[in-house]
Design a protein around this ligand. Structure first.
Ligand SMILES: Cc1cc2nc3c(=O)[nH]c(=O)nc-3n(C[C@H](O)[C@H](O)[C@H](O)COP(=O)(O)OP(=O)(O)OC[C@H]3O[C@@H](n4cnc5c(N)ncnc54)[C@H](O)[C@@H]3O)c2cc1C
Ligand SMILES: NC(=O)c1ccc[n+]([C@@H]2O[C@H](COP(=O)([O-])OP(=O)(O)OC[C@H]3O[C@@H](n4cnc5c(N)ncnc54)[C@H](O)[C@@H]3O)[C@@H](O)[C@H]2O)c1
Ligand code: SF4
Ligand code: FES
Length: 813
């Protein structure tokens, strides 16, 4: 039997051990393997330290290979041993505790060291980095004794550390040297949205601050900045970047630049010595994310196993911030230059931002905020470098899980991917491994795939792709998705929360958060408005609306515009107005020097550019009902002229529309609701892209639901055909109440019906008794609503409150 060659790995971390795992699969009998690790732990997932700190995982869960794995694979493991010398002549390594090991091949995988700013006072107690289990434990211990923490560095690591410390109950200030956060991953627009969201979660920021020293005696008590200002903190976490750990390599005479210089096969300048992971520099780049390091590991394993490989050619990287309640994704080159073109969508109301950057017809970069579900797919286009010419807008508008996994026609990119292509970068899980788990190991949910392969277990960025693969390979046997909380503050779903509120008669958002064990006692900007809505929906008469839990526009009862002014939109029922109302609007517009008066798509007039302080006065003079153009409520009922004037009209669409708008105005709904009524199937009012669309036909009305004319256009589904106007009122009331009672907060009717299915909605409404009960509950909810502006204008106290509110910081969404 041929004698095995000796392979030594220095560094028991993510990249090195990953290479060993591959090698064991490719050639289990070729090497006697010895691993030295300076940390006293088995190989663990460093990425997940952020989750441990934020309460999303415990230390046991982050172990990648436990002690048994080393035994089972006959690996000699020395933990707590730091290699201090490599003797390249004798081909041996020696540890700080005197253990020597001989090698035929040696892998250096020593990772990085956190960059510690050389500040006066940096050696004080309480000044740490965030790199390993020890740092994580220090933070957890500190949070039990101290209240205030300062994190230096507003990058990925700093923000994840800060979120964890907030979770541990500390007050956290993040000090960042640049004008905006995550400047290495985001453009300014996305960064500002991120900052607002993190502020809503309780994080505080000190931007454009350069730290001069750390104050305190033995222990740190805060920072002093170069401008003379200070901030207090008993724990100082430095997260200002990393530097490859090259000391040992340099000592050994291996060529070192920023990292240990390697070629495409991870070979260093010294024969039989390889480097992999963050300590390695390939074609001038030392990577700081696991996906490229895993790719390097795979190449190195093939090379060591004698399996043919084209070598490592470098990686395009993507990142996803792992902070619950905040979705941020960045990939490739996202900064615009004269040679690139950028397409962007920014929705301040919905809190989403999407930017794609193109060059020569190819996608080269992307930034997503608020909704990162398209991240993985966009990233695969960036990596493939294929032409997307002519499809740029499609990429901007997005994909659904169905599209990702759609197998008909065999066009799906996922289907076209090779089996060894990596789906989950964080855990290095390939498409083939996931397909195998689905087809051969009985995995039929994202949760079971996670348990079986680890895919989607870290940053979660690959989840849409895993869902797409489930669609391809599991078909009809897809299981119930693993339950996820409505936001990072809880693991409870919307339905569970509503059930518990009802069962325990919880009456305020605070009570819900306390009783149902919210991780974050203050909630976040996702759950607070949602709870406020659910409580109002369940107890229309008893619940007192919490203004501070509402989104900004709803607090001001007006839409904030990009220049900080507001818009005023009086209600114009069914789009039908009168000379008197028009004159009134014109006079007010002139008197208050309103810069712009515009017809909206919903057939009404919008006075734009109004100063916040003029809002009550304008509404007082207008003396018209609010059009609620800002809220999650009924917006407009668009109508055509119908049989009153039009020769094709079969019914009175204007009358029907006005009746509907008068009945449902001021109704609180999970998301905005738009209606339309057309007088004949020519459908001039575009009723078939509305949440509830009414189309007149000979002798009756068609009732349509769940349409949408926004970013993702969706034509309505036909609900039923009725004969009379009374029936239109009955069905529309029942439908709206059913939607109010069953949809998730912020879910438009289109998304809701797609999620629960048209049949389920039809079933919920088919029984007349149920419809009448729903209509009753709707009327009860409507009976307690009042016109917000009429109330503010007529009540001294509310008017004063509004003025105070105007000076206060709104809830940012
Ligand atoms: C909190 C946190 C969150 C992160 N989140 C993400 C994320 O979401 N996504 C992502 O892609 N990346 C993330 N990263 C980065 C990722 O963890 C690293 O890129 C990855 O761990 C690097 O792997 P590595 O094997 O090169 O180095 P390491 O994992 O650092 O392993 C190197 C090991 O070598 C040991 N060592 C060093 N010198 C010696 C020596 N002389 N002798 C013996 N042992 C030695 C070290 O103690 C260490 O255990 C995160 C990092 C941190 C700290
Ligand atoms: N979700 C993820 O993918 C994730 C999470 C954590 C860490 N990581 C990785 O870990 C490594 C370390 O992360 P990081 O955030 O420390 O590195 P980083 O280089 O991405 O960010 C450091 C930030 O600190 C700022 N900074 C530099 N000097 C400063 C100073 N004196 N005062 C205040 N701010 C200063 C920089 O502007 C920069 O934005 C990176 O490779 C990162 O990619 C990734
Ligand atoms: S939908 Fe029919 S009734 Fe209404 S305006 Fe158009 S053609 Fe006339
Ligand atoms: S890519 Fe991060 S968990 Fe899969």
């Amino acid at each position: 039997m041929a004698t095995k060659k000796k392979l030594v790995l220095i560094g028991n971390g993510m990249a090195g051990v990953r290479a060993i795992e591959h090698l064991l699969k490719l050639s289990p009998e070729s090497y006697d393997i010895t691993i030295f690790g300076a940390e006293p732990h088995p190989n663990y997932n460093r990425i997940m330290l952020s989750s441990v700190l934020a309460g999303g995982a415990d230390m046991k869960e982050i172990v990648i290979n436990d002690w048994d794995w080393y035994k089972e694979n006959n690996i000699t493991l020395h933990v707590g041993h730091k290699i201090t010398k490599i003797d390249t002549d004798r081909k041996t390594v020696v540890s700080n505790l005197g253990i020597e090991a001989a090698y035929d091949s040696l892998i250096v995988a020593t990772g990085s060291n956190p960059f510690m700013l050389p500040l006066p006072g940096a050696d004080k107690e309480g000044v740490i980095a965030f790199r390993d289990i020890k740092d994580c434990e220090t933070m957890i211990d500190a949070s039990k004794q101290y209240k205030k923490a300062v994190v230096i560095g507003g990058g990925l690591l700093g923000l994840e550390a800060a979120r964890g410390l907030l979770h541990l109950g500390m007050e956290v200030n993040v000090v960042h040297i640049n004008p905006y956060l995550m400047d290495r991953q985001l453009d300014e627009a996305a960064s500002r949205m991120l900052q607002r969201e993190l502020e809503a979660q309780g994080m505080q920021f000190l931007l454009k601050k350069s730290t001069a020293s750390i104050k305190g005696k033995r222990r740190a008590t805060g920072l002093v900045f170069s401008d003379g200002s200070e901030v207090d903190g008993d724990l100082v976490v430095m997260a200002v970047g990393i530097k490859p750990n090259v000391d040992l390599a340099r000592l050994t005479g291996i060529e070192v630049n920023r990292g240990i210089v390697v070629n495409d096969f991870m070979q260093t300048s010294v024969p039989d010595i390889y480097a992999v992971g963050e300590c390695a520099e390939h074609r001038g780049i030392a990577y700081g994310l696991v996906a490229p390091l895993y790719e390097q590991g795979a190449v190195l394993a093939k090379h060591l196993a004698g399996v043919e490989t084209a070598g490592y050619a470098g990686s395009v990287t993507s990142t996803k911030l792992k902070v619950s309640g905040v979705d941020v994704f960045s990939a490739g080159i996202f900064v615009e230059t004269p040679d690139t073109k950028a397409l962007k969508i920014q929705d301040d109301l919905g809190g989403t931002y999407k930017k794609i950057v193109l060059q020569d017809g190819k996608l080269i970069g992307a930034v997503l905020f608020g909704d990162t579900s398209d991240g993985a797919e966009l990233f695969s286009y960036i990596k493939s470098g294929e032409s997307v010419a002519g499809r740029e807008k499609e990429l901007l508008l997005g994909f659904s899980a169905d599209q990702l996994g759609q197998s008909s026609g065999g066009n799906s990119r996922l289907e076209a991917m090779a089996d060894d292509e990596i789906i989950c970068g964080c855990n290095g899980v390939s498409k083939g491994t996931i397909a195998d788990a689905i087809m051969n190991k009985g995995c039929n949910t994202v949760g079971s795939i996670k348990a079986c392969t680890k895919a989607s277990g870290s940053c979660g960025g690959c989840k849409p792709l895993v869902e797409g693969l489930l669609q391809i390979y599991a078909g009809d046997s897809i299981g119930e998705p693993v339950k996820e909380g409505i936001c990072g503050c809880t693991t409870l779903s919307r339905d569970e929360i509503v059930e518990e509120i009802t069962r325990m008669k919880l009456m305020s958002t605070k009570e819900v958060m306390n009783v149902l064990g919210w991780h974050n006692p203050e909630g976040c900007s996702k759950c607070r408005p949602a709870l406020n809505y659910y409580l109002g929906m369940l107890y229309p008469e008893e619940y007192v609306d919490e203004k501070e839990s509402r989104i900004t526009n709803e607090r001001y009862h007006a839409n904030i515009q990009k220049d900080g002014t507001y818009s005023v939109v009086p209600r114009i029922y069914g789009g039908v107005t009168s000379p008197t109302d028009l004159k009134k609007i014109a006079e007010v517009a002139e008197k208050f020097e309103v810069p712009l008066v515009k017809f909206t798509g919903g057939q009404r007039l919008d006075l734009l550019g109004v100063k916040k302080e003029d809002l009550p006065k304008i509404w007082e003079e207008l003396d018209m009902p609010s059009g609620h153009a800002y809220g999650k409520t009924l917006r407009t009922v668009k109508t055509c002229v119908g049989n009153t004037f039009c020769r094709f009209g079969t019914q009175d669409s204007m009358g029907m529309g006005i009746q509907l708008e008068k009945a449902f105005e001021r109704l609180n709904t999970p998301a905005k609701v738009k209606l339309a009524v057309s007088g004949c199937p020519r459908n001039c009012a575009e009723a078939t892209i509305k949440d509830f669309g009414v189309v007149a036909i000979d002798g009756g009305w068609e009732l349509h639901i769940a349409g949408n004319g926004g970013v993702k256009v969706r034509a309505t589904d036909l609900l039923c055909i009725v004969k009379t106007e009374e029936e239109v009122m009955e069905w529309s009331s029942a439908f709206l109440q059913y939607y109010r009672e069953n949809a998730q907060w912020n879910e438009r009717t289109a998304q809701w019906v797609e999620r629960v299915g048209l049949d389920a909605v039809k079933q919920g409404l088919e029984n007349r008794e149920d419809r009448l009960a729903l209509k009753d509950r709707l009327e009860k909810a409507l009976s307690v609503t009042t016109d917000p502006w009429k109330q503010i204008v007529e009540t001294d106290e509310l008017r004063k409150n509004f003025e105070q509110l105007s000076g206060a910081e709104p809830v940012k969404l």
